[in-house]
Design a protein around this ligand. Structure first.
Ligand SMILES: [Zn+2]
Length: 251
């Protein structure tokens, strides 16, 4: 259950200011015995146990907000823009900007999406969808279109870096929509890269590609592995740091 909105929640803020950026704070009451906090899509979400109330609850909220502030203060904040999945919204990737045109579909019970002139994502929503279902559909269809549009770019970057630094063979490369990791390289030599890295600076995207290609030579994180990465990208440590501090904020 969400608490009612207002200026503050029991004296705690609904917006957290870190530097020049404001982050929404969402308070949710959960049936669990433990409380938790996470940052997702630029929002701080506090799940508070219903067994925590009064002074104990205040203390938990203060501790969580302090943690969020510390975590967010490390983020660089202005070198990427998260996508806005709505009519008139923009999706800024490091090599292309997409605009969104969302409308209702006249007839037909399936929502449709197409890419017009290379950068305009046109979505027509099937009638009868709830607002939240329509929102999810817009995001889902947009992501699918962008992945389809950007797959050749991903393969180009991987092929170029591979030729330059590794000269290995890989079977397939794909963008994935998982949130849990930025890239993976399977023993079957398939490379997957997180689609969210399209919103990160190009160097960060390049670093994850280098990292996964290096796994074609070494399937571990040994000293030799990091040497291979460093040869291709001497600045890789800064990219790792960027991912640690900002990666969780990518849309
Ligand atoms: Zn790795």
């Amino acid at each position: 259950m969400n608490y009612p909105t207002g200026d503050s929640e029991g004296g705690h803020p609904y917006r957290l200011r870190v530097g020049c950026t404001f982050y929404d704070v969402i308070y949710q009451q959960v049936l669990r015995t433990t409380s938790s906090v996470r940052i997702r899509n630029g929002k701080v979400v506090l799940k508070l146990s219903r067994f925590a109330y009064g002074a104990k609850r205040d203390e938990i909220v203060r501790k969580f907000l302090k943690w969020a502030e510390k975590r967010l203060s490390k983020a660089s904040g202005n070198d990427f823009i998260n996508p806005v999945y709505e009519d008139g919204g923009r999706i800024v990737t490091h090599n292309k900007i997409y605009d969104l045109d969302v409308g209702a579909r006249q007839g037909g019970d399936k929502s449709k999406a197409r890419l017009k002139n290379g950068t305009l994502i046109q979505i027509r929503i099937a009638s009868g969808l709830s607002l939240s279902a329509a929102k999810k559909t817009v995001q889902n269809l947009s992501e699918k279109l962008i992945i389809k549009d950007q797959t050749s770019y991903l393969c180009e970057v991987l092929n170029e870096l591979n030729q330059l630094y590794f000269q290995e063979n890989f079977v397939n490369c794909r963008f994935k929509r998982t949130r849990s990791r930025f890239g993976s390289c399977s023993t079957k030599r398939n490379i997957n890269i997180s689609f969210r890295l399209l919103f990160a600076p190009r160097e960060i995207f390049k670093y994850v590609c280098v990292h996964e290609l290096a796994h074609l030579k070494k399937f571990n994180h040994s000293k030799e592995f990091w040497c291979l990465v460093e040869l291709a990208m001497p600045d890789y440590k800064n990219c790792e740091k960027w991912l640690k501090n900002n990666g969780f904020l990518l849309g």
